[in-house]
Design a protein around this ligand. Sequence first.
Ligand code: MEV
Length: 323
Amino acid sequence: MNRVSTRKALGEAHSKLILVGEHAVVYGKPAIAIPFPLKVRSIVEESSGNIMFESAVYTGPIDSMPMRMKGISECIKETLHYLGKPLEGLRIRIDSAIPLGRGLGSSAAVAVALVRSLFSFCGQEPSQRELFSFVQIAETHAHGKPSGIDMAAVSSECPIWFEREKEPIPVKTNGPLYIVASDTGRIGDTRIAVENVRKRYLLEPEKVEKSLEKIGKIVDEAKNALLNGDMYLLGQLLNRNQEELISLGVSDDGLNRLIERARNAGALGAKLTGGGLGGCMIALADSLESARIISSELMKSGAFRSWYFSSQDDSLYASQEVK
Ligand code: MEV
Protein backbone atom coordinates (compact mmCIF):
# COMPACT_ATOMS: atom_id res chain seq x y z
CA MET A 1 0.00 0.00 0.00
CA ASN A 2 2.78 2.46 0.91
CA ARG A 3 5.43 3.19 -1.71
CA VAL A 4 8.95 3.44 -0.30
CA SER A 5 11.41 5.97 -1.69
CA THR A 6 14.19 8.04 -0.19
CA ARG A 7 12.80 11.27 -1.67
CA LYS A 8 9.06 10.79 -1.80
CA ALA A 9 6.59 8.50 -0.01
CA LEU A 10 2.87 7.86 -0.03
CA GLY A 11 0.46 6.78 2.70
CA GLU A 12 -3.23 6.06 2.15
CA ALA A 13 -6.40 5.45 4.16
CA HIS A 14 -10.12 5.32 3.41
CA SER A 15 -13.24 6.56 5.14
CA LYS A 16 -15.57 4.45 7.28
CA LEU A 17 -19.23 3.99 8.12
CA ILE A 18 -20.40 2.86 11.54
CA LEU A 19 -23.08 0.27 10.84
CA VAL A 20 -24.28 -0.01 14.46
CA GLY A 21 -23.08 1.04 17.91
CA GLU A 22 -21.73 4.61 17.73
CA HIS A 23 -21.71 6.54 21.01
CA ALA A 24 -22.37 3.38 23.07
CA VAL A 25 -18.86 2.29 21.98
CA VAL A 26 -17.44 5.22 23.98
CA TYR A 27 -18.92 3.51 27.10
CA GLY A 28 -17.35 0.13 26.42
CA LYS A 29 -20.14 -1.41 24.30
CA PRO A 30 -19.25 -3.06 20.96
CA ALA A 31 -19.80 -1.46 17.55
CA ILE A 32 -19.51 -2.63 13.93
CA ALA A 33 -17.88 -0.43 11.26
CA ILE A 34 -17.33 -1.02 7.56
CA PRO A 35 -14.83 0.53 5.14
CA PHE A 36 -16.21 3.21 2.85
CA PRO A 37 -14.10 3.77 -0.25
CA LEU A 38 -13.54 7.54 -0.21
CA LYS A 39 -9.76 7.89 -0.08
CA VAL A 40 -7.15 10.17 1.45
CA ARG A 41 -3.50 10.25 0.37
CA SER A 42 -0.55 11.81 2.18
CA ILE A 43 2.55 12.51 0.09
CA VAL A 44 5.84 13.29 1.84
CA GLU A 45 8.72 14.81 -0.13
CA GLU A 46 12.19 16.01 0.73
CA SER A 47 12.52 19.80 0.69
CA SER A 48 14.51 22.44 2.55
CA GLY A 49 13.77 24.53 5.63
CA ASN A 50 10.73 24.15 7.90
CA ILE A 51 8.27 21.31 7.51
CA MET A 52 5.62 22.59 5.12
CA PHE A 53 2.07 21.24 5.07
CA GLU A 54 -0.36 21.51 2.18
CA SER A 55 -4.07 20.65 2.33
CA ALA A 56 -7.45 22.04 1.32
CA VAL A 57 -7.85 23.34 4.89
CA TYR A 58 -4.41 24.83 5.60
CA THR A 59 -1.17 25.42 3.75
CA GLY A 60 1.98 26.63 5.53
CA PRO A 61 4.59 25.65 8.13
CA ILE A 62 3.39 23.05 10.68
CA ASP A 63 4.30 25.40 13.53
CA SER A 64 1.74 27.96 12.32
CA MET A 65 -1.17 25.53 11.99
CA PRO A 66 -4.50 26.80 13.36
CA MET A 67 -5.45 25.58 16.84
CA ARG A 68 -8.03 23.09 15.48
CA MET A 69 -5.17 21.35 13.59
CA LYS A 70 -2.83 21.18 16.57
CA GLY A 71 -3.39 17.41 16.80
CA ILE A 72 -2.01 16.98 13.28
CA SER A 73 1.14 19.02 13.97
CA GLU A 74 1.69 17.12 17.26
CA CYS A 75 1.17 13.83 15.44
CA ILE A 76 3.77 14.78 12.79
CA LYS A 77 6.32 15.89 15.42
CA GLU A 78 5.90 12.82 17.64
CA THR A 79 6.10 10.44 14.68
CA LEU A 80 9.27 12.09 13.30
CA HIS A 81 10.84 12.14 16.76
CA TYR A 82 10.13 8.39 17.09
CA LEU A 83 11.60 7.77 13.63
CA GLY A 84 14.73 9.77 14.58
CA LYS A 85 14.16 12.42 11.90
CA PRO A 86 14.82 16.13 12.40
CA LEU A 87 11.82 18.49 12.32
CA GLU A 88 12.79 20.03 8.99
CA GLY A 89 13.36 19.37 5.32
CA LEU A 90 9.95 17.90 4.45
CA ARG A 91 6.89 18.85 2.45
CA ILE A 92 3.68 16.99 3.33
CA ARG A 93 0.70 17.15 0.98
CA ILE A 94 -2.76 15.86 1.94
CA ASP A 95 -5.09 14.99 -0.88
CA SER A 96 -8.49 13.94 0.50
CA ALA A 97 -11.81 12.99 -1.09
CA ILE A 98 -13.44 12.56 2.35
CA PRO A 99 -15.74 15.42 3.35
CA LEU A 100 -14.84 16.88 6.76
CA GLY A 101 -17.03 16.49 9.83
CA ARG A 102 -19.62 14.19 8.26
CA GLY A 103 -19.11 11.12 10.48
CA LEU A 104 -17.03 9.44 7.78
CA GLY A 105 -13.82 9.38 9.82
CA SER A 106 -11.97 12.06 7.84
CA SER A 107 -9.75 13.19 10.75
CA ALA A 108 -8.70 9.61 11.58
CA ALA A 109 -8.15 8.82 7.89
CA VAL A 110 -5.91 11.88 7.40
CA ALA A 111 -3.87 10.94 10.47
CA VAL A 112 -3.54 7.28 9.39
CA ALA A 113 -2.42 8.30 5.87
CA LEU A 114 0.00 10.83 7.39
CA VAL A 115 1.65 8.40 9.82
CA ARG A 116 1.88 5.72 7.12
CA SER A 117 3.55 8.21 4.75
CA LEU A 118 6.10 9.36 7.36
CA PHE A 119 7.04 5.77 8.18
CA SER A 120 7.20 4.97 4.48
CA PHE A 121 9.48 7.98 3.91
CA CYS A 122 11.88 6.37 6.41
CA GLY A 123 11.62 3.02 4.64
CA GLN A 124 9.43 1.50 7.36
CA GLU A 125 5.87 0.30 7.83
CA PRO A 126 4.19 0.99 11.19
CA SER A 127 2.86 -1.91 13.24
CA GLN A 128 -0.82 -1.54 14.19
CA ARG A 129 0.27 -0.53 17.68
CA GLU A 130 2.67 2.16 16.38
CA LEU A 131 0.07 3.45 13.92
CA PHE A 132 -2.64 3.73 16.59
CA SER A 133 -0.42 5.38 19.16
CA PHE A 134 0.50 8.26 16.77
CA VAL A 135 -2.98 8.58 15.23
CA GLN A 136 -4.41 8.71 18.75
CA ILE A 137 -2.49 11.98 19.32
CA ALA A 138 -4.35 13.66 16.44
CA GLU A 139 -7.69 12.02 17.33
CA THR A 140 -7.55 13.08 20.97
CA HIS A 141 -7.13 16.71 19.88
CA ALA A 142 -9.95 16.36 17.33
CA HIS A 143 -12.50 14.43 19.41
CA GLY A 144 -11.63 14.68 23.09
CA LYS A 145 -11.69 11.07 24.31
CA PRO A 146 -12.43 8.96 21.23
CA SER A 147 -13.17 5.25 21.56
CA GLY A 148 -10.63 4.49 18.82
CA ILE A 149 -13.19 2.97 16.44
CA ASP A 150 -12.54 5.57 13.72
CA MET A 151 -8.82 4.84 13.45
CA ALA A 152 -9.42 1.09 13.55
CA ALA A 153 -12.08 1.31 10.82
CA VAL A 154 -10.19 3.62 8.44
CA SER A 155 -7.14 1.37 8.56
CA SER A 156 -9.05 -1.89 8.07
CA GLU A 157 -9.91 -3.40 4.69
CA CYS A 158 -12.89 -5.35 6.04
CA PRO A 159 -15.87 -4.84 8.41
CA ILE A 160 -14.77 -4.86 12.04
CA TRP A 161 -16.21 -5.61 15.45
CA PHE A 162 -14.75 -3.02 17.79
CA GLU A 163 -14.58 -2.73 21.56
CA ARG A 164 -12.65 -0.03 23.37
CA GLU A 165 -9.07 -1.00 24.21
CA LYS A 166 -9.37 -4.38 22.46
CA GLU A 167 -8.00 -5.56 19.15
CA PRO A 168 -10.57 -5.01 16.35
CA ILE A 169 -11.96 -8.33 15.04
CA PRO A 170 -12.92 -8.87 11.36
CA VAL A 171 -16.67 -9.50 10.97
CA LYS A 172 -17.84 -12.18 8.56
CA THR A 173 -20.70 -11.25 6.27
CA ASN A 174 -22.77 -13.80 4.38
CA GLY A 175 -23.62 -12.13 1.08
CA PRO A 176 -23.13 -8.56 -0.06
CA LEU A 177 -24.43 -5.51 1.77
CA TYR A 178 -26.16 -2.86 -0.32
CA ILE A 179 -25.56 0.41 1.45
CA VAL A 180 -26.63 3.99 0.79
CA ALA A 181 -24.78 6.81 2.56
CA SER A 182 -26.19 10.33 2.34
CA ASP A 183 -24.75 13.59 3.55
CA THR A 184 -27.00 16.22 5.13
CA GLY A 185 -24.39 18.78 4.04
CA ARG A 186 -24.09 20.01 7.62
CA ILE A 187 -20.94 19.52 9.68
CA GLY A 188 -21.54 17.31 12.70
CA ASP A 189 -19.10 18.02 15.52
CA THR A 190 -18.34 14.60 17.06
CA ARG A 191 -16.68 16.18 20.09
CA ILE A 192 -19.88 18.12 20.90
CA ALA A 193 -22.14 15.12 20.23
CA VAL A 194 -20.04 12.90 22.54
CA GLU A 195 -20.04 15.65 25.17
CA ASN A 196 -23.85 15.99 24.92
CA VAL A 197 -24.29 12.27 25.59
CA ARG A 198 -21.95 12.54 28.57
CA LYS A 199 -23.97 15.45 30.01
CA ARG A 200 -27.20 13.51 29.46
CA TYR A 201 -25.63 10.53 31.22
CA LEU A 202 -24.90 12.71 34.26
CA LEU A 203 -28.48 14.04 34.29
CA GLU A 204 -30.35 10.80 33.58
CA PRO A 205 -27.95 7.90 34.28
CA GLU A 206 -30.58 5.14 34.34
CA LYS A 207 -32.28 6.17 31.12
CA VAL A 208 -28.99 6.57 29.26
CA GLU A 209 -27.60 3.32 30.67
CA LYS A 210 -30.71 1.52 29.39
CA SER A 211 -30.17 2.94 25.88
CA LEU A 212 -26.50 1.97 25.91
CA GLU A 213 -27.40 -1.57 27.02
CA LYS A 214 -29.98 -1.83 24.24
CA ILE A 215 -27.44 -0.65 21.66
CA GLY A 216 -24.93 -3.23 22.91
CA LYS A 217 -27.55 -5.98 22.34
CA ILE A 218 -28.46 -4.59 18.91
CA VAL A 219 -24.79 -4.77 17.88
CA ASP A 220 -24.60 -8.37 19.05
CA GLU A 221 -27.70 -9.29 17.04
CA ALA A 222 -26.34 -7.38 14.03
CA LYS A 223 -23.18 -9.51 14.07
CA ASN A 224 -25.35 -12.65 13.84
CA ALA A 225 -27.58 -11.12 11.15
CA LEU A 226 -24.44 -10.39 9.07
CA LEU A 227 -23.12 -13.88 9.65
CA ASN A 228 -26.46 -15.41 8.57
CA GLY A 229 -26.94 -12.97 5.66
CA ASP A 230 -30.30 -11.93 7.21
CA MET A 231 -30.54 -8.44 5.73
CA TYR A 232 -34.19 -7.99 6.78
CA LEU A 233 -33.25 -8.48 10.42
CA LEU A 234 -30.21 -6.23 9.97
CA GLY A 235 -32.47 -3.50 8.58
CA GLN A 236 -34.74 -3.72 11.63
CA LEU A 237 -31.69 -3.52 13.88
CA LEU A 238 -30.55 -0.34 12.13
CA ASN A 239 -34.01 1.14 12.80
CA ARG A 240 -33.92 0.10 16.46
CA ASN A 241 -30.42 1.55 16.82
CA GLN A 242 -31.71 4.85 15.41
CA GLU A 243 -34.48 4.96 18.06
CA GLU A 244 -31.83 4.74 20.77
CA LEU A 245 -29.67 7.39 19.09
CA ILE A 246 -32.70 9.70 19.06
CA SER A 247 -33.20 9.01 22.74
CA LEU A 248 -29.51 9.85 23.39
CA GLY A 249 -30.15 13.22 21.67
CA VAL A 250 -27.66 12.87 18.79
CA SER A 251 -30.06 12.80 15.85
CA ASP A 252 -31.69 15.92 14.44
CA ASP A 253 -34.52 16.95 12.09
CA GLY A 254 -32.38 16.90 8.95
CA LEU A 255 -31.10 13.37 9.67
CA ASN A 256 -34.56 12.14 10.73
CA ARG A 257 -36.09 13.45 7.49
CA LEU A 258 -33.57 11.62 5.29
CA ILE A 259 -33.91 8.44 7.38
CA GLU A 260 -37.71 8.51 7.05
CA ARG A 261 -37.43 9.19 3.32
CA ALA A 262 -35.04 6.24 2.85
CA ARG A 263 -37.46 3.90 4.65
CA ASN A 264 -40.37 5.13 2.51
CA ALA A 265 -38.26 4.58 -0.60
CA GLY A 266 -37.80 0.89 0.25
CA ALA A 267 -34.82 0.74 2.62
CA LEU A 268 -34.72 -2.30 4.92
CA GLY A 269 -33.54 0.05 7.66
CA ALA A 270 -31.81 3.40 8.13
CA LYS A 271 -29.98 5.36 10.81
CA LEU A 272 -27.48 8.14 11.33
CA THR A 273 -23.82 7.13 11.15
CA GLY A 274 -20.93 8.54 13.22
CA GLY A 275 -21.33 11.33 15.75
CA GLY A 276 -24.65 12.70 14.44
CA LEU A 277 -26.05 16.24 14.92
CA GLY A 278 -25.53 16.77 11.18
CA GLY A 279 -23.21 14.62 9.09
CA CYS A 280 -24.37 11.47 7.33
CA MET A 281 -27.03 8.76 7.50
CA ILE A 282 -26.94 5.25 6.07
CA ALA A 283 -29.64 2.98 4.67
CA LEU A 284 -29.60 -0.75 3.95
CA ALA A 285 -31.17 -1.91 0.68
CA ASP A 286 -32.14 -5.36 -0.62
CA SER A 287 -30.40 -4.91 -3.99
CA LEU A 288 -28.07 -2.56 -5.80
CA GLU A 289 -30.98 -1.28 -7.89
CA SER A 290 -33.00 -0.55 -4.78
CA ALA A 291 -29.96 1.25 -3.29
CA ARG A 292 -29.74 3.35 -6.45
CA ILE A 293 -33.43 4.31 -6.17
CA ILE A 294 -33.14 5.17 -2.46
CA SER A 295 -30.00 7.19 -3.12
CA SER A 296 -31.63 9.28 -5.84
CA GLU A 297 -34.80 9.76 -3.72
CA LEU A 298 -32.57 11.14 -0.96
CA MET A 299 -30.99 13.57 -3.40
CA LYS A 300 -34.49 14.72 -4.39
CA SER A 301 -35.32 15.12 -0.70
CA GLY A 302 -32.49 17.55 -0.08
CA ALA A 303 -29.44 15.37 0.63
CA PHE A 304 -26.29 17.31 -0.14
CA ARG A 305 -24.60 14.18 -1.53
CA SER A 306 -25.45 10.52 -1.69
CA TRP A 307 -23.46 7.40 -2.45
CA TYR A 308 -24.46 3.75 -2.76
CA PHE A 309 -22.42 0.62 -3.05
CA SER A 310 -22.35 -3.12 -2.80
CA SER A 311 -19.80 -5.04 -0.79
CA GLN A 312 -18.88 -7.87 -3.14
CA ASP A 313 -16.89 -9.59 -0.45
CA ASP A 314 -15.50 -8.79 2.97
CA SER A 315 -12.98 -6.29 1.73
CA LEU A 316 -14.00 -4.63 -1.50
CA TYR A 317 -16.54 -1.83 -1.72
CA ALA A 318 -17.33 -0.07 -4.95
CA SER A 319 -19.25 3.14 -4.61
CA GLN A 320 -21.09 5.40 -6.92
CA GLU A 321 -21.89 9.01 -6.26
CA VAL A 322 -25.32 10.21 -7.32
CA LYS A 323 -25.40 13.86 -8.32
C1 MEV B 1 -17.58 8.65 15.83
O1 MEV B 1 -17.34 8.14 14.52
C2 MEV B 1 -18.03 7.54 16.74
C3 MEV B 1 -18.41 7.97 18.16
O2 MEV B 1 -18.87 6.78 18.82
C4 MEV B 1 -17.25 8.56 18.90
C5 MEV B 1 -16.14 7.55 19.25
O3 MEV B 1 -16.40 6.37 19.25
O4 MEV B 1 -15.04 8.01 19.54
C6 MEV B 1 -19.55 8.96 18.17
